[in-house]
Design a binder for this molecule. Structure first.
Ligand SMILES: Cc1cc2nc3c(=O)[nH]c(=O)nc-3n(C[C@H](O)[C@H](O)[C@H](O)COP(=O)(O)O)c2cc1C
Length: 196
């Protein structure tokens, strides 16, 4: 059983990535294999809106995101961590999701729905403010992403009022909670029955 973690922050000492790392450690503690990918280390193209995937079901680009998507196709669980930028998901994370348009095309235009089963997804986000609704836009976007890839919602961890690089390191309570969430997520993958 494998859980894939996708870190979307461009920061080196990223708050959301630190939470994701703890989450994955928690999952490992339950005997689940984990792998973490940082989008900031990948080379990939933006979706250019060519709509070829509407006809072929495949993206015209073949780059690091293609490799990541093929890994997602076989993962049992996924955890995405992305900061709030401009009141929504940051551009790096959103760019990945726009490149997943081929999944939407396959499911909704070409009658090729994603592999379902008992696959689940978890979302982690951090925001500098605690404004009401600060996570709303990101949540909508990431729910869409998980749905088109065939993952059921497995929970979220949303931490507001954490801003400076590395600030989360001074919040062991949140880091511990991320670890507990990862362990619970792994157990839910191991014990859930098929969905469909
Ligand atoms: C370009 C930019 C835009 C941001 N926009 C918002 C925002 O709209 N609302 C907010 O609460 N925080 C905003 N923040 C703060 C980040 O959400 C916060 O620093 C977060 O902890 C970053 O997570 P990371 O370290 O994982 O990248 C912004 C930060 C940057 C760099």
């Amino acid at each position: 059983m494998e859980v894939l973690g996708i870190a979307c922050s461009p920061r080196v000492r990223s708050n959301s990535t630190a939470l994701l790392e703890r989450f994955l450690e928690g999952a490992q503690s339950q005997g689940v294999r984990t792998r973490m990918v940082s989008l900031r280390t990948l080379n990939f193209e933006w979706c250019n809106g060519c709509e070829s995937c509407s006809v072929t079901g495949r993206c015209v680009f073949d780059d690091d995101l293609t490799v990541l998507f093929r890994r997602l196709d076989v993962a049992d669980g996924v955890a995405v961590a992305a900061p709030v930028y401009a009141m929504g998901m940051n551009a790096l994370g959103k760019a990945m999701i726009e490149r997943a348009q081929e999944y939407w095309a396959r499911a909704y235009l070409l009658n090729q729905p994603p592999r379902a089963g008992k696959r689940r997804a978890f979302f982690i986000s951090t925001a500098g403010t605690s404004l009401p609704g600060v996570f709303d836009c990101s949540l909508k976007t990431v729910r869409y992403f998980f749905r088109i890839l065939g993952f059921r919602w497995g929970g979220e961890m949303l931490v507001s009022a954490v801003d400076a690089a590395g600030e989360i390191e001074r919040r062991p309570d949140w880091l511990d909670q991320a670890g507990r969430s990862g362990a619970r997520f792994a157990r839910s993958l191991q014990h859930s029955e098929g969905w469909e």
